[in-house]
Design a protein around this ligand. Structure first.
Ligand code: TXA
Ligand code: MG
Length: 322
């Protein structure tokens, strides 16, 4: 099993940062999910991420910075990106922008594209770790490819096992859902992945409607290759919009009016709060991902605000496509 350091004490951050500089992998918390971090400027370190996750190498990675200025040193800014960065960084927004000619980040992180996905995480401890590492960190979610995203150090340890040497344990992730990914085509912003910042919040800030490319992304590797249809999948079937329980099923509930008869019920948010539901989603999927159950039934989740990202993850988890 990997070593877990259960605090962000200076000596622990120092140790983790020096492992990064030595080209090794360290899993660390962000406000969204745990990331599997490596020195983004080192081809060999980044390659280790793909190996550890068993991730197809056409799938690009998000690179994490300790500050806005550090991020914009590697990618071309535009007015809209700057507005979004000012409003939402540090925070759960990822911007896909053109690499600068002198971008230091390994081309492996871009997986053959001329763009790079960058973000500045909200969790202050994570930013301090990145600062002390002295290099941007490539960090996809710290789970085996196609698995459920990790929102605790235990999830990381059970998914990656010895494929990661060290885990910085920061407790449960606040948002519990990956960052929202925005890309630019013909200078216009598009949404590539629904995530922890609701689309409406971004549209409000920009005073324009975003084109939704999340569906296109399923089919065109070109836009957002990470959006594979079968993703986030547990090992047992998931059935969405369930109003009744079938024999042997566990239930992911939402709100009141919970149907009876499930082997086990976990309510994402009894009061119907979508942010609370988002924070509990992956944790609950981990908990119910057991062959003790015939499958997992999920009650309907409203399709607005963070509900859009939650439903997106659930649809991928329930997909039988590969
Ligand atoms: O919240 C998060 O974003 C977490 C934490 C650890 O920061 N990270 C994360 O990374 O979810 P990852 O690698 O699992 O997801 C990367 C997403 C994928 O959907 C991928 O296709 C998209 O970002 N992406 C990355 N680089 C891209 C690029 N150059 N063009 C288009 N999409 C890109
Ligand atoms: Mg992931």
């Amino acid at each position: 099993m990997p070593e877990i350091l259960s605090s962000f004490a200076q000596e622990n951050i120092k140790r983790a940062a020096s492992l990064i500089r030595a080209g090794r992998l360290v899993a660390f918390p962000t406000e969204t999910v745990y990331g599997l971090g490596a020195d983004a400027t080192s081809d060999t370190a980044v390659a280790k991420i793909f190996q550890a996750k068993n991730r197809p190498d056409f799938n690009p990675l998000i690179v994490h910075y300790h500050s806005r200025d550090a991020a914009f040193a590697d990618v071309e800014r535009n007015d809209i990106a700057l507005t979004l960065a000012r409003k939402f960084w540090p925070g759960s927004l990822t911007l896909v922008l053109k690499r600068k000619p002198d971008c230091r980040v390994s081309l492996l992180c871009s997986a053959g594209l001329d763009t790079l996905a960058v973000r500045v995480p909200d969790l202050a401890d994570a930013r301090e770790f990145i600062r002390q590492a002295g290099t941007p960190l490539a960090a996809p979610s710290a789970n085996r490819s196609c698995g459920i995203s990790p929102t605790s150090a235990e999830h990381v340890a059970s998914s990656l096992d010895n494929n990661v040497e060290l885990i910085l344990d920061g407790g449960a992730c606040k948002a519990g859902l990956e960052s929202t990914v925005i890309g630019f085509f013909n200078s216009q912003p598009h949404i590539l992945r629904h995530g922890a910042i609701a689309r409406e919040k971004i549209e409000e800030e920009l005073k324009l409607k975003l084109t939704d490319l999340t569906a296109v992304a399923d089919n065109q590797a070109h836009h957002s290759p990470g959006q594979m249809l079968k993703h986030y999948a547990p090992d047992i079937p998931i059935r969405l919009n369930a109003l009744h329980i079938k024999p042997g099923e566990a239930l992911i509930a939402f709100g009141s009016n919970v149907p009876a008869g499930a082997e086990k019920t976990v309510n994402l948010s009894p009061s119907g709060d979508l942010a609370e539901a988002a924070a509990n989603l992956f944790k609950t999927m981990h908990l119910l991902n057991s062959n003790k159950y015939e499958g997992i039934a999920v009650m309907p989740i409203p399709e607005y605000g963070l509900g859009i990202a939650i439903n997106d993850r659930l649809r991928r988890a329930s997909s039988t496509a590969v």
